[in-house]
Design a protein around this ligand. Structure first.
Ligand SMILES: [Zn+2]
Ligand SMILES: [Zn+2]
Length: 158
């Protein structure tokens, strides 16, 4: 029983060795025929399908290369601007009043934040006061009964 496997292999190898010259002969005659009439190579299905496959791969490669070059990659700054934003902050302490800008996630509203000048949690979301005396100055809006007011000039904020 143990001898059966190698014997089978040997038999198979013998068979292949016996077949090899036949395959060689077939190939040689095919090559000879192709040399006489090149159209025959195309009519051989193996050659034809290989050509189809190669041109298919070429077309896919061309398509992906073209679409890749037609749509330019977004600039790196565009992605950063989509997730974070600059927030103007003014220290609500009238003795400090420091104006600074922080970069936080879009929609951030976790005020007050730490003021880098006086080191206290007094930084509030700043607004621009467009009154004649303030002229667009960044201020910390004061909440009054009439709504938001500029603490510097007392103008009402929209
Ligand atoms: Zn401050
Ligand atoms: Zn003002």
């Amino acid at each position: 029983m143990a001898q059966e496997r190698p014997n089978r292999l040997a038999e198979w190898l013998m068979l292949v060795r016996k077949q090899m010259p036949v395959v060689h002969e077939h190939f040689a005659t095919w090559l000879e025929a192709v040399r006489e009439e090149p159209r025959l190579a195309w009519e051989t299905s193996a050659v034809r399908y290989t050509a189809y496959g190669l041109s298919g791969v070429m077309l896919i490669w061309l398509a992906t290369t073209l679409t890749g070059s037609l749509t330019p990659p977004p600039p790196p700054s565009a992605r950063a601007a989509a997730t974070t934003a600059d927030f103007h902050v003014v220290c609500s302490d009238p003795h400090c009043g420091y104006h600074f800008v922080i970069n936080r996630k879009f929609g951030f509203d976790d005020f007050p934040v730490k003021c880098p000048q006086c080191q206290r949690e007094t930084g509030v979301s700043a607004r621009r006061c467009n009154s004649a005396s303030c002229g667009g100055r960044w201020i910390a809006p004061a909440r009054t009964d009439q709504g938001l007011q500029c603490p510097v000039c007392g103008a009402k904020l929209e």
